[in-house]
Design a protein around this ligand. Structure first.
Ligand code: ADP
Ligand code: MG
Length: 569
Protein backbone atom coordinates (compact mmCIF):
# COMPACT_ATOMS: atom_id res chain seq x y z
CA UNK A 1 0.00 0.00 0.00
CA UNK A 2 2.69 2.46 0.98
CA UNK A 3 4.64 1.86 -2.23
CA UNK A 4 1.71 2.88 -4.41
CA UNK A 5 1.04 5.84 -2.12
CA UNK A 6 4.57 6.86 -2.99
CA UNK A 7 3.55 6.58 -6.64
CA UNK A 8 0.85 9.21 -6.34
CA UNK A 9 3.28 11.45 -4.49
CA UNK A 10 5.83 10.97 -7.27
CA UNK A 11 3.53 11.94 -10.10
CA UNK A 12 2.53 15.19 -8.43
CA UNK A 13 4.60 18.23 -9.36
CA UNK A 14 5.90 20.47 -6.55
CA UNK A 15 3.09 22.92 -7.32
CA UNK A 16 0.48 20.12 -7.15
CA UNK A 17 1.94 19.06 -3.82
CA UNK A 18 1.62 22.58 -2.46
CA UNK A 19 -2.00 22.75 -3.61
CA UNK A 20 -2.68 19.37 -2.06
CA UNK A 21 -1.25 20.59 1.24
CA UNK A 22 -3.45 23.69 1.17
CA UNK A 23 -6.56 21.61 0.43
CA UNK A 24 -5.64 19.14 3.19
CA UNK A 25 -5.16 21.90 5.72
CA UNK A 26 -8.50 23.41 4.73
CA UNK A 27 -10.19 20.03 5.12
CA UNK A 28 -8.69 19.52 8.58
CA UNK A 29 -9.60 23.05 9.62
CA UNK A 30 -13.21 22.47 8.59
CA UNK A 31 -13.27 19.26 10.63
CA UNK A 32 -12.06 21.12 13.69
CA UNK A 33 -14.67 23.87 13.29
CA UNK A 34 -17.33 21.24 12.73
CA UNK A 35 -16.37 19.43 15.92
CA UNK A 36 -16.49 22.70 17.83
CA UNK A 37 -19.98 23.18 16.37
CA UNK A 38 -21.04 19.80 17.73
CA UNK A 39 -19.53 20.50 21.13
CA UNK A 40 -21.04 23.98 21.31
CA UNK A 41 -24.53 22.52 21.45
CA UNK A 42 -23.69 20.80 24.76
CA UNK A 43 -23.62 23.80 27.14
CA UNK A 44 -26.77 25.10 25.48
CA UNK A 45 -28.58 21.80 26.04
CA UNK A 46 -27.21 21.47 29.57
CA UNK A 47 -28.51 24.89 30.66
CA UNK A 48 -31.78 24.38 28.79
CA UNK A 49 -32.40 21.10 30.62
CA UNK A 50 -31.25 22.41 33.98
CA UNK A 51 -30.84 26.20 34.44
CA UNK A 52 -29.19 25.55 37.82
CA UNK A 53 -26.17 24.03 36.07
CA UNK A 54 -25.10 27.51 34.98
CA UNK A 55 -24.08 28.10 38.59
CA UNK A 56 -22.98 24.57 39.45
CA UNK A 57 -20.74 23.65 36.51
CA UNK A 58 -17.29 25.22 36.64
CA UNK A 59 -17.00 25.73 32.88
CA UNK A 60 -20.51 27.09 32.42
CA UNK A 61 -19.99 29.48 35.29
CA UNK A 62 -16.88 30.81 33.55
CA UNK A 63 -18.83 31.39 30.32
CA UNK A 64 -21.68 32.95 32.28
CA UNK A 65 -19.32 35.51 33.78
CA UNK A 66 -17.51 36.02 30.49
CA UNK A 67 -20.73 36.83 28.61
CA UNK A 68 -21.78 39.21 31.40
CA UNK A 69 -25.42 38.02 31.40
CA UNK A 70 -27.85 38.44 34.29
CA UNK A 71 -30.59 35.82 33.92
CA UNK A 72 -30.43 32.18 32.92
CA UNK A 73 -32.95 32.84 30.12
CA UNK A 74 -30.62 35.44 28.67
CA UNK A 75 -27.77 32.95 29.09
CA UNK A 76 -29.70 30.30 27.12
CA UNK A 77 -30.35 32.77 24.28
CA UNK A 78 -26.68 33.73 24.16
CA UNK A 79 -25.48 30.13 24.19
CA UNK A 80 -27.97 29.19 21.52
CA UNK A 81 -26.87 32.06 19.29
CA UNK A 82 -23.18 31.23 19.73
CA UNK A 83 -23.81 27.61 18.81
CA UNK A 84 -25.90 28.69 15.83
CA UNK A 85 -23.20 31.05 14.58
CA UNK A 86 -20.56 28.35 14.80
CA UNK A 87 -22.75 25.82 13.01
CA UNK A 88 -23.61 28.29 10.23
CA UNK A 89 -19.97 29.30 9.92
CA UNK A 90 -18.87 25.66 9.68
CA UNK A 91 -21.50 24.99 7.02
CA UNK A 92 -20.22 27.96 5.04
CA UNK A 93 -16.64 26.75 5.42
CA UNK A 94 -17.70 23.29 4.34
CA UNK A 95 -19.03 24.66 1.06
CA UNK A 96 -15.75 26.45 0.41
CA UNK A 97 -13.71 23.39 1.34
CA UNK A 98 -15.87 21.18 -0.87
CA UNK A 99 -15.42 23.55 -3.79
CA UNK A 100 -11.65 23.72 -3.41
CA UNK A 101 -11.53 19.96 -3.10
CA UNK A 102 -13.54 19.44 -6.29
CA UNK A 103 -11.58 22.10 -8.11
CA UNK A 104 -8.29 20.63 -7.04
CA UNK A 105 -9.14 17.06 -8.01
CA UNK A 106 -10.71 17.95 -11.35
CA UNK A 107 -7.93 20.30 -12.38
CA UNK A 108 -5.51 17.59 -11.36
CA UNK A 109 -7.17 15.34 -13.93
CA UNK A 110 -6.48 18.02 -16.53
CA UNK A 111 -2.85 18.50 -15.47
CA UNK A 112 -2.18 14.77 -15.43
CA UNK A 113 -3.57 14.17 -18.91
CA UNK A 114 -1.93 17.23 -20.47
CA UNK A 115 1.39 16.29 -18.96
CA UNK A 116 1.08 12.71 -20.14
CA UNK A 117 0.25 13.79 -23.69
CA UNK A 118 3.27 16.07 -23.60
CA UNK A 119 5.48 13.23 -22.35
CA UNK A 120 4.24 10.90 -25.08
CA UNK A 121 4.84 13.51 -27.77
CA UNK A 122 8.44 13.82 -26.63
CA UNK A 123 9.09 10.14 -27.21
CA UNK A 124 10.98 8.78 -30.17
CA UNK A 125 9.19 7.36 -33.15
CA UNK A 126 10.32 3.89 -32.09
CA UNK A 127 8.23 4.30 -28.92
CA UNK A 128 5.08 4.64 -31.01
CA UNK A 129 5.73 1.65 -33.24
CA UNK A 130 5.87 -0.47 -30.10
CA UNK A 131 2.77 0.87 -28.37
CA UNK A 132 -0.89 0.50 -29.21
CA UNK A 133 -2.48 3.86 -29.96
CA UNK A 134 -5.84 2.88 -28.40
CA UNK A 135 -3.98 2.03 -25.22
CA UNK A 136 -2.26 5.42 -25.13
CA UNK A 137 -5.62 7.15 -25.67
CA UNK A 138 -7.13 5.09 -22.87
CA UNK A 139 -4.36 6.02 -20.45
CA UNK A 140 -4.66 9.74 -21.20
CA UNK A 141 -8.46 9.91 -21.12
CA UNK A 142 -9.57 7.09 -18.88
CA UNK A 143 -6.82 5.94 -16.54
CA UNK A 144 -5.97 9.46 -15.47
CA UNK A 145 -9.65 9.88 -14.64
CA UNK A 146 -9.53 6.80 -12.48
CA UNK A 147 -6.42 8.02 -10.69
CA UNK A 148 -8.45 11.07 -9.69
CA UNK A 149 -11.67 9.34 -8.57
CA UNK A 150 -10.00 6.17 -7.38
CA UNK A 151 -6.93 7.50 -5.63
CA UNK A 152 -6.78 11.24 -5.13
CA UNK A 153 -10.36 11.77 -3.98
CA UNK A 154 -10.35 8.71 -1.67
CA UNK A 155 -7.13 9.92 -0.06
CA UNK A 156 -8.70 13.28 0.72
CA UNK A 157 -11.83 11.51 1.98
CA UNK A 158 -9.78 9.39 4.35
CA UNK A 159 -8.05 12.51 5.56
CA UNK A 160 -11.21 14.49 6.25
CA UNK A 161 -13.34 11.70 7.70
CA UNK A 162 -10.37 10.32 9.60
CA UNK A 163 -10.25 13.61 11.44
CA UNK A 164 -13.99 13.51 12.07
CA UNK A 165 -13.77 10.02 13.54
CA UNK A 166 -10.85 10.97 15.74
CA UNK A 167 -12.61 14.17 16.84
CA UNK A 168 -15.81 12.25 17.66
CA UNK A 169 -13.91 9.63 19.61
CA UNK A 170 -12.14 12.36 21.57
CA UNK A 171 -15.40 14.12 22.37
CA UNK A 172 -17.00 10.87 23.48
CA UNK A 173 -13.94 9.91 25.52
CA UNK A 174 -14.34 13.16 27.35
CA UNK A 175 -17.95 12.27 28.01
CA UNK A 176 -17.68 8.54 28.73
CA UNK A 177 -14.30 6.91 27.97
CA UNK A 178 -15.40 3.31 28.25
CA UNK A 179 -18.36 3.69 25.95
CA UNK A 180 -16.36 5.72 23.44
CA UNK A 181 -13.57 3.19 23.23
CA UNK A 182 -16.03 0.31 22.98
CA UNK A 183 -17.93 1.92 20.09
CA UNK A 184 -14.71 2.94 18.33
CA UNK A 185 -13.08 -0.47 18.58
CA UNK A 186 -16.24 -2.30 17.48
CA UNK A 187 -16.60 -0.08 14.40
CA UNK A 188 -12.92 -0.14 13.50
CA UNK A 189 -12.59 -3.90 14.05
CA UNK A 190 -15.64 -4.55 11.91
CA UNK A 191 -14.40 -2.45 9.01
CA UNK A 192 -10.89 -3.88 9.22
CA UNK A 193 -12.36 -7.36 9.02
CA UNK A 194 -14.50 -6.38 6.04
CA UNK A 195 -11.52 -4.87 4.30
CA UNK A 196 -9.38 -7.96 4.83
CA UNK A 197 -12.16 -10.08 3.36
CA UNK A 198 -12.65 -7.99 0.19
CA UNK A 199 -9.03 -6.97 -0.38
CA UNK A 200 -7.90 -9.91 -2.50
CA UNK A 201 -11.15 -10.00 -4.42
CA UNK A 202 -10.85 -6.27 -5.12
CA UNK A 203 -7.37 -6.73 -6.49
CA UNK A 204 -8.47 -9.48 -8.83
CA UNK A 205 -11.48 -7.68 -10.27
CA UNK A 206 -9.43 -4.51 -10.61
CA UNK A 207 -7.01 -6.27 -12.94
CA UNK A 208 -9.77 -7.84 -14.98
CA UNK A 209 -11.54 -4.49 -15.08
CA UNK A 210 -8.62 -2.61 -16.57
CA UNK A 211 -7.90 -5.37 -19.07
CA UNK A 212 -11.53 -5.27 -20.20
CA UNK A 213 -11.40 -1.50 -20.45
CA UNK A 214 -8.38 -1.68 -22.72
CA UNK A 215 -10.16 -4.19 -24.94
CA UNK A 216 -13.17 -1.88 -25.11
CA UNK A 217 -11.08 1.02 -26.36
CA UNK A 218 -9.18 -1.16 -28.78
CA UNK A 219 -12.27 -2.74 -30.34
CA UNK A 220 -13.84 0.68 -30.89
CA UNK A 221 -10.75 2.13 -32.46
CA UNK A 222 -10.18 -0.88 -34.70
CA UNK A 223 -13.75 -1.27 -35.86
CA UNK A 224 -14.19 2.37 -36.85
CA UNK A 225 -10.65 2.74 -38.14
CA UNK A 226 -11.14 -0.02 -40.69
CA UNK A 227 -14.87 0.10 -41.26
CA UNK A 228 -14.57 -0.87 -44.91
CA UNK A 229 -12.64 -4.05 -44.15
CA UNK A 230 -14.98 -4.79 -41.28
CA UNK A 231 -18.02 -4.58 -43.56
CA UNK A 232 -16.57 -6.54 -46.46
CA UNK A 233 -15.22 -9.31 -44.22
CA UNK A 234 -18.34 -9.39 -42.05
CA UNK A 235 -16.21 -8.77 -39.04
CA UNK A 236 -18.95 -6.85 -37.19
CA UNK A 237 -19.95 -9.89 -35.19
CA UNK A 238 -16.42 -10.49 -34.04
CA UNK A 239 -15.92 -6.87 -33.00
CA UNK A 240 -19.39 -6.53 -31.54
CA UNK A 241 -18.91 -9.62 -29.41
CA UNK A 242 -15.46 -8.57 -28.33
CA UNK A 243 -16.74 -5.17 -27.27
CA UNK A 244 -19.90 -6.56 -25.69
CA UNK A 245 -18.06 -9.16 -23.64
CA UNK A 246 -15.52 -6.72 -22.31
CA UNK A 247 -17.99 -3.94 -21.76
CA UNK A 248 -20.06 -6.35 -19.64
CA UNK A 249 -17.05 -7.34 -17.53
CA UNK A 250 -16.19 -3.67 -17.16
CA UNK A 251 -19.70 -2.82 -15.96
CA UNK A 252 -20.02 -5.87 -13.67
CA UNK A 253 -16.73 -5.22 -11.93
CA UNK A 254 -17.58 -1.58 -11.46
CA UNK A 255 -20.88 -2.63 -9.89
CA UNK A 256 -19.08 -5.10 -7.65
CA UNK A 257 -16.62 -2.42 -6.62
CA UNK A 258 -19.40 0.01 -5.74
CA UNK A 259 -21.44 -2.58 -3.86
CA UNK A 260 -18.50 -3.89 -1.88
CA UNK A 261 -17.98 -0.34 -0.75
CA UNK A 262 -21.61 -0.02 0.38
CA UNK A 263 -22.47 -3.39 1.94
CA UNK A 264 -20.87 -2.80 5.37
CA UNK A 265 -23.03 0.26 5.93
CA UNK A 266 -26.19 -1.84 5.76
CA UNK A 267 -24.68 -4.56 7.92
CA UNK A 268 -23.43 -1.98 10.39
CA UNK A 269 -26.77 -0.17 10.49
CA UNK A 270 -28.51 -3.44 11.26
CA UNK A 271 -26.00 -4.33 13.95
CA UNK A 272 -26.25 -0.86 15.47
CA UNK A 273 -30.03 -0.97 15.47
CA UNK A 274 -30.01 -4.44 17.07
CA UNK A 275 -27.54 -3.36 19.72
CA UNK A 276 -29.66 -0.37 20.70
CA UNK A 277 -32.73 -2.56 21.14
CA UNK A 278 -30.77 -5.19 23.07
CA UNK A 279 -29.33 -2.48 25.30
CA UNK A 280 -32.79 -1.07 26.00
CA UNK A 281 -34.16 -4.55 26.82
CA UNK A 282 -31.17 -5.24 29.04
CA UNK A 283 -31.68 -1.98 30.94
CA UNK A 284 -35.42 -2.61 31.31
CA UNK A 285 -34.78 -6.10 32.65
CA UNK A 286 -32.46 -4.53 35.24
CA UNK A 287 -35.48 -2.46 36.35
CA UNK A 288 -34.07 0.93 35.26
CA UNK A 289 -36.66 3.63 34.74
CA UNK A 290 -37.41 5.07 31.32
CA UNK A 291 -35.97 8.38 32.51
CA UNK A 292 -32.51 6.87 32.92
CA UNK A 293 -32.67 4.58 29.88
CA UNK A 294 -33.50 7.21 27.29
CA UNK A 295 -30.46 9.49 27.73
CA UNK A 296 -28.09 6.49 27.52
CA UNK A 297 -29.76 5.16 24.40
CA UNK A 298 -29.80 8.70 23.00
CA UNK A 299 -26.10 9.16 23.51
CA UNK A 300 -25.28 5.83 21.90
CA UNK A 301 -27.56 6.74 19.03
CA UNK A 302 -25.98 10.15 18.45
CA UNK A 303 -22.47 8.74 18.63
CA UNK A 304 -23.30 6.02 16.13
CA UNK A 305 -25.09 8.52 13.91
CA UNK A 306 -21.97 10.68 13.77
CA UNK A 307 -19.32 8.02 13.50
CA UNK A 308 -20.90 5.47 11.22
CA UNK A 309 -21.09 7.56 8.04
CA UNK A 310 -17.54 8.72 8.63
CA UNK A 311 -16.26 5.18 9.15
CA UNK A 312 -18.27 4.04 6.16
CA UNK A 313 -16.83 6.74 3.91
CA UNK A 314 -13.31 5.87 5.00
CA UNK A 315 -13.91 2.22 4.32
CA UNK A 316 -15.37 2.97 0.91
CA UNK A 317 -12.46 5.25 0.06
CA UNK A 318 -9.97 2.54 0.98
CA UNK A 319 -11.72 -0.13 -1.10
CA UNK A 320 -11.96 2.27 -4.07
CA UNK A 321 -8.29 2.97 -3.64
CA UNK A 322 -7.55 -0.74 -3.59
CA UNK A 323 -9.55 -1.12 -6.78
CA UNK A 324 -7.60 1.66 -8.52
CA UNK A 325 -4.14 0.88 -7.15
CA UNK A 326 -3.39 -1.20 -10.21
CA UNK A 327 -4.24 1.69 -12.57
CA UNK A 328 -2.24 4.13 -10.46
CA UNK A 329 0.84 1.92 -10.77
CA UNK A 330 0.37 1.80 -14.54
CA UNK A 331 -0.04 5.56 -14.85
CA UNK A 332 2.91 6.34 -12.63
CA UNK A 333 4.97 4.01 -14.81
CA UNK A 334 3.99 6.16 -17.81
CA UNK A 335 5.11 9.30 -16.02
CA UNK A 336 8.52 7.70 -15.57
CA UNK A 337 8.98 7.95 -19.34
CA UNK A 338 9.60 11.61 -18.64
CA UNK A 339 12.99 10.90 -17.14
CA UNK A 340 14.07 8.71 -20.08
CA UNK A 341 17.00 9.99 -22.08
CA UNK A 342 14.76 10.43 -25.17
CA UNK A 343 14.22 13.73 -26.92
CA UNK A 344 13.59 15.70 -23.74
CA UNK A 345 13.84 19.43 -24.09
CA UNK A 346 17.45 19.46 -25.18
CA UNK A 347 18.16 22.77 -26.83
CA UNK A 348 18.34 22.10 -30.52
CA UNK A 349 21.54 22.95 -32.39
CA UNK A 350 20.92 24.44 -35.80
CA UNK A 351 21.75 22.16 -38.70
CA UNK A 352 22.76 23.62 -42.04
CA UNK A 353 22.46 21.67 -45.22
CA UNK A 354 24.73 22.93 -47.97
CA UNK A 355 26.66 19.95 -49.26
CA UNK A 356 25.56 16.38 -48.66
CA UNK A 357 23.61 13.74 -46.79
CA UNK A 358 25.69 10.72 -45.82
CA UNK A 359 24.90 7.31 -44.42
CA UNK A 360 27.96 5.70 -42.92
CA UNK A 361 27.94 1.94 -42.43
CA UNK A 362 24.32 1.96 -41.30
CA UNK A 363 22.78 -1.23 -39.93
CA UNK A 364 19.33 -1.50 -38.42
CA UNK A 365 17.08 -3.97 -36.60
CA UNK A 366 13.72 -3.15 -35.03
CA UNK A 367 13.84 -3.21 -31.22
CA UNK A 368 11.14 -5.91 -31.04
CA UNK A 369 13.13 -8.32 -33.23
CA UNK A 370 16.78 -7.40 -32.70
CA UNK A 371 18.15 -10.56 -34.30
CA UNK A 372 16.51 -9.75 -37.67
CA UNK A 373 18.79 -7.25 -39.41
CA UNK A 374 16.68 -5.19 -41.84
CA UNK A 375 19.61 -3.13 -43.15
CA UNK A 376 23.27 -4.08 -43.13
CA UNK A 377 26.27 -1.84 -43.71
CA UNK A 378 24.64 0.73 -45.94
CA UNK A 379 26.95 3.46 -47.21
CA UNK A 380 25.73 6.24 -49.45
CA UNK A 381 26.08 9.91 -50.21
CA UNK A 382 23.51 12.28 -51.68
CA UNK A 383 24.83 15.64 -52.84
CA UNK A 384 22.72 18.73 -52.42
CA UNK A 385 20.15 19.30 -55.17
CA UNK A 386 20.71 15.81 -56.50
CA UNK A 387 18.24 12.98 -56.37
CA UNK A 388 18.44 9.41 -55.17
CA UNK A 389 16.04 6.70 -56.29
CA UNK A 390 15.58 3.64 -54.10
CA UNK A 391 14.04 0.45 -55.46
CA UNK A 392 13.73 -3.09 -54.20
CA UNK A 393 11.06 -5.61 -53.55
CA UNK A 394 8.57 -5.00 -50.82
CA UNK A 395 9.88 -5.78 -47.36
CA UNK A 396 13.47 -5.09 -48.41
CA UNK A 397 13.74 -2.19 -45.96
CA UNK A 398 13.19 0.85 -48.20
CA UNK A 399 10.80 2.61 -45.82
CA UNK A 400 13.00 1.71 -42.87
CA UNK A 401 15.99 3.29 -44.61
CA UNK A 402 13.95 6.41 -45.25
CA UNK A 403 12.85 6.60 -41.61
CA UNK A 404 16.51 6.54 -40.66
CA UNK A 405 17.33 9.36 -43.08
CA UNK A 406 14.38 11.31 -41.65
CA UNK A 407 15.83 10.90 -38.18
CA UNK A 408 12.70 9.03 -37.03
CA UNK A 409 14.62 5.83 -36.34
CA UNK A 410 18.15 5.70 -34.96
CA UNK A 411 20.47 3.25 -36.72
CA UNK A 412 21.47 0.28 -34.57
CA UNK A 413 25.01 1.00 -35.72
CA UNK A 414 26.46 3.53 -38.13
CA UNK A 415 25.78 7.22 -38.60
CA UNK A 416 23.58 9.69 -40.46
CA UNK A 417 25.58 12.82 -41.28
CA UNK A 418 24.53 16.12 -42.78
CA UNK A 419 27.42 18.17 -44.12
CA UNK A 420 29.63 15.92 -41.99
CA UNK A 421 27.62 16.70 -38.83
CA UNK A 422 26.30 13.61 -37.02
CA UNK A 423 22.55 13.67 -36.45
CA UNK A 424 21.60 12.89 -32.85
CA UNK A 425 19.09 13.93 -30.17
CA UNK A 426 20.41 17.44 -30.04
CA UNK A 427 19.90 18.33 -33.70
CA UNK A 428 17.39 15.88 -35.13
CA UNK A 429 14.48 18.32 -34.82
CA UNK A 430 16.45 20.97 -36.61
CA UNK A 431 17.19 18.46 -39.40
CA UNK A 432 13.52 17.51 -39.61
CA UNK A 433 12.54 21.14 -40.01
CA UNK A 434 14.50 21.19 -43.27
CA UNK A 435 12.82 18.18 -44.84
CA UNK A 436 9.42 17.13 -46.11
CA UNK A 437 8.04 13.67 -46.31
CA UNK A 438 5.39 12.17 -48.53
CA UNK A 439 4.44 8.76 -47.14
CA UNK A 440 2.79 5.87 -48.95
CA UNK A 441 -0.49 6.59 -47.18
CA UNK A 442 -1.15 10.25 -46.56
CA UNK A 443 -2.72 11.01 -43.22
CA UNK A 444 -5.47 13.58 -43.70
CA UNK A 445 -7.15 15.32 -40.80
CA UNK A 446 -10.86 16.16 -40.80
CA UNK A 447 -10.22 19.81 -41.62
CA UNK A 448 -10.31 22.02 -44.70
CA UNK A 449 -8.15 21.39 -47.77
CA UNK A 450 -6.03 24.45 -46.96
CA UNK A 451 -5.46 23.30 -43.39
CA UNK A 452 -4.44 19.89 -44.62
CA UNK A 453 -1.90 21.35 -47.03
CA UNK A 454 -0.51 23.69 -44.37
CA UNK A 455 -0.58 20.82 -41.86
CA UNK A 456 -0.13 21.68 -38.19
CA UNK A 457 -0.45 25.44 -38.72
CA UNK A 458 -3.25 27.43 -37.09
CA UNK A 459 -5.91 28.51 -39.57
CA UNK A 460 -5.26 32.24 -39.26
CA UNK A 461 -1.55 31.81 -39.88
CA UNK A 462 -1.80 29.93 -43.15
CA UNK A 463 -0.09 31.56 -46.13
CA UNK A 464 -2.78 31.11 -48.73
CA UNK A 465 -0.61 32.03 -51.69
CA UNK A 466 1.87 29.36 -50.68
CA UNK A 467 -0.95 26.82 -50.31
CA UNK A 468 -2.12 27.52 -53.83
CA UNK A 469 1.36 27.37 -55.33
CA UNK A 470 2.03 24.06 -53.64
CA UNK A 471 -1.28 22.70 -54.91
CA UNK A 472 -0.49 23.85 -58.44
CA UNK A 473 2.89 22.13 -58.36
CA UNK A 474 1.27 18.95 -57.07
CA UNK A 475 -1.29 19.09 -59.93
CA UNK A 476 -4.26 19.28 -57.57
CA UNK A 477 -5.19 22.98 -57.75
CA UNK A 478 -7.53 22.43 -60.68
CA UNK A 479 -9.44 19.70 -58.89
CA UNK A 480 -9.75 21.76 -55.71
CA UNK A 481 -11.00 24.93 -57.36
CA UNK A 482 -13.31 23.26 -59.88
CA UNK A 483 -14.68 20.14 -58.19
CA UNK A 484 -14.90 21.02 -54.50
CA UNK A 485 -17.85 23.20 -53.55
CA UNK A 486 -15.94 25.47 -51.17
CA UNK A 487 -12.61 25.23 -52.95
CA UNK A 488 -9.75 25.37 -50.47
CA UNK A 489 -12.20 25.73 -47.59
CA UNK A 490 -13.94 22.41 -48.24
CA UNK A 491 -13.94 20.01 -45.30
CA UNK A 492 -12.51 16.75 -46.58
CA UNK A 493 -14.05 14.36 -44.04
CA UNK A 494 -12.35 12.03 -41.61
CA UNK A 495 -9.08 10.79 -43.10
CA UNK A 496 -10.01 12.42 -46.41
CA UNK A 497 -12.90 10.08 -47.05
CA UNK A 498 -14.24 12.41 -49.77
CA UNK A 499 -11.09 12.07 -51.86
CA UNK A 500 -9.75 9.35 -54.12
CA UNK A 501 -6.41 7.72 -53.47
CA UNK A 502 -4.70 9.77 -56.17
CA UNK A 503 -6.15 13.03 -54.88
CA UNK A 504 -5.06 12.23 -51.36
CA UNK A 505 -1.58 11.46 -52.60
CA UNK A 506 -1.35 14.76 -54.46
CA UNK A 507 -2.58 16.61 -51.37
CA UNK A 508 0.25 14.91 -49.54
CA UNK A 509 2.73 16.19 -52.10
CA UNK A 510 1.26 19.68 -51.84
CA UNK A 511 1.68 19.48 -48.08
CA UNK A 512 5.32 18.51 -48.50
CA UNK A 513 5.89 21.44 -50.87
CA UNK A 514 4.10 23.99 -48.64
CA UNK A 515 6.88 23.51 -46.12
CA UNK A 516 9.41 24.72 -48.77
CA UNK A 517 11.84 22.02 -47.75
CA UNK A 518 15.45 21.62 -48.76
CA UNK A 519 15.03 17.88 -49.04
CA UNK A 520 11.93 16.02 -50.05
CA UNK A 521 11.47 12.35 -49.20
CA UNK A 522 8.87 10.35 -51.08
CA UNK A 523 7.93 6.81 -50.13
CA UNK A 524 6.09 5.26 -53.09
CA UNK A 525 4.24 8.54 -53.25
CA UNK A 526 3.13 8.10 -56.82
CA UNK A 527 2.51 4.37 -56.99
CA UNK A 528 -1.16 4.83 -56.16
CA UNK A 529 -1.72 7.21 -59.06
CA UNK A 530 -2.94 6.27 -62.53
CA UNK A 531 -0.30 6.46 -65.24
CA UNK A 532 -1.50 9.76 -66.59
CA UNK A 533 -1.53 11.54 -63.22
CA UNK A 534 1.68 9.84 -62.20
CA UNK A 535 3.30 11.21 -65.30
CA UNK A 536 2.01 14.72 -64.55
CA UNK A 537 3.15 14.54 -60.94
CA UNK A 538 6.52 13.15 -61.99
CA UNK A 539 6.86 16.03 -64.41
CA UNK A 540 6.18 18.37 -61.51
CA UNK A 541 8.73 16.57 -59.38
CA UNK A 542 11.20 16.65 -62.22
CA UNK A 543 10.76 20.38 -62.57
CA UNK A 544 11.99 20.65 -58.99
CA UNK A 545 15.07 18.58 -59.62
CA UNK A 546 18.19 20.61 -59.45
CA UNK A 547 16.37 23.03 -57.10
CA UNK A 548 15.74 20.55 -54.36
CA UNK A 549 17.33 17.42 -52.97
CA UNK A 550 15.09 14.41 -53.48
CA UNK A 551 15.01 10.88 -52.18
CA UNK A 552 12.41 8.81 -53.96
CA UNK A 553 11.31 5.27 -53.23
CA UNK A 554 9.48 3.72 -56.12
CA UNK A 555 8.08 0.41 -57.14
CA UNK A 556 8.70 0.89 -60.83
CA UNK A 557 12.23 1.60 -61.92
CA UNK A 558 10.81 3.91 -64.59
CA UNK A 559 9.67 6.30 -61.86
CA UNK A 560 13.23 6.79 -60.64
CA UNK A 561 14.94 6.58 -64.03
CA UNK A 562 15.74 10.29 -63.99
CA UNK A 563 17.39 10.26 -60.58
CA UNK A 564 21.09 11.09 -60.37
CA UNK A 565 21.74 7.99 -58.34
CA UNK A 566 20.04 4.64 -57.86
CA UNK A 567 20.08 2.32 -54.87
CA UNK A 568 18.64 -1.16 -55.12
CA UNK A 569 17.92 -2.90 -51.82
P1 ADP B 1 9.67 -1.79 -47.66
O1 ADP B 1 9.35 -0.36 -47.44
O2 ADP B 1 10.88 -2.00 -48.46
O3 ADP B 1 8.52 -2.56 -48.21
P2 ADP B 1 9.93 -1.86 -44.80
O4 ADP B 1 11.09 -0.98 -44.53
O5 ADP B 1 8.58 -1.30 -44.55
O6 ADP B 1 10.01 -2.47 -46.26
O7 ADP B 1 10.09 -3.15 -43.91
C1 ADP B 1 11.26 -3.91 -43.93
C2 ADP B 1 11.14 -5.06 -42.95
O8 ADP B 1 11.05 -4.56 -41.65
C3 ADP B 1 9.94 -5.94 -43.22
O9 ADP B 1 10.38 -7.28 -43.22
C4 ADP B 1 9.04 -5.71 -42.03
O10 ADP B 1 8.49 -6.92 -41.62
C5 ADP B 1 9.99 -5.18 -40.97
N1 ADP B 1 9.33 -4.16 -40.16
C6 ADP B 1 8.75 -3.01 -40.58
N2 ADP B 1 8.27 -2.29 -39.55
C7 ADP B 1 8.52 -2.98 -38.44
C8 ADP B 1 8.29 -2.79 -37.05
N3 ADP B 1 7.67 -1.70 -36.58
N4 ADP B 1 8.70 -3.73 -36.18
C9 ADP B 1 9.34 -4.83 -36.62
N5 ADP B 1 9.60 -5.09 -37.90
C10 ADP B 1 9.20 -4.18 -38.82
MG1 MG C 1 7.58 0.68 -47.68
Amino acid sequence: MSSSLKNIWNILTPLDKRKLSVVSILVIFVTIIESIGVVSIMPFLAVLANPESAQQNFLLKKIYVLLGVNTSNQFIVYLGCISLVIVVFSAFLKVIAQYSLNRFSNLQRHYFSSRLLDIYLKQNYSFFIQRNSADLTKIILNDVDQVVWGVLKPLLTVLSYGFIVIAMILILIFYDPLMALTIASVIIAFYMLMFLVVKTFMKRISQEYSKANQERYQSCQEVFGGIKDVMINHAHDYYYERFDRNSRIHARHLAAQESLGQIPLHVMETIGYGCLILLAIFLVLQNHSVGTILPVIGLYGVAAYRMLPAAQNIYRAITTYKFSEHILNGVSHEFELDSNEVKQTIRQEMIKFNYRIELEDVSFAYPNSPEKKILEHINLTIDKNNSLGITGKSGSGKSTLMDIMLGLLQPTSGLLKIDGEVINHSNVQSWQSLVSYVPQFIYLADMTVAENIAFGIAKDQIDFQLVQNAAKLAQIDEFITQNLKDGYNTMIGERGILLSGGQRQRLGIARALYKQPQVIFMDEATSALDTKTEKAVNEAIKSLSGKMTMVIIAHRESAVADCNKLLRL
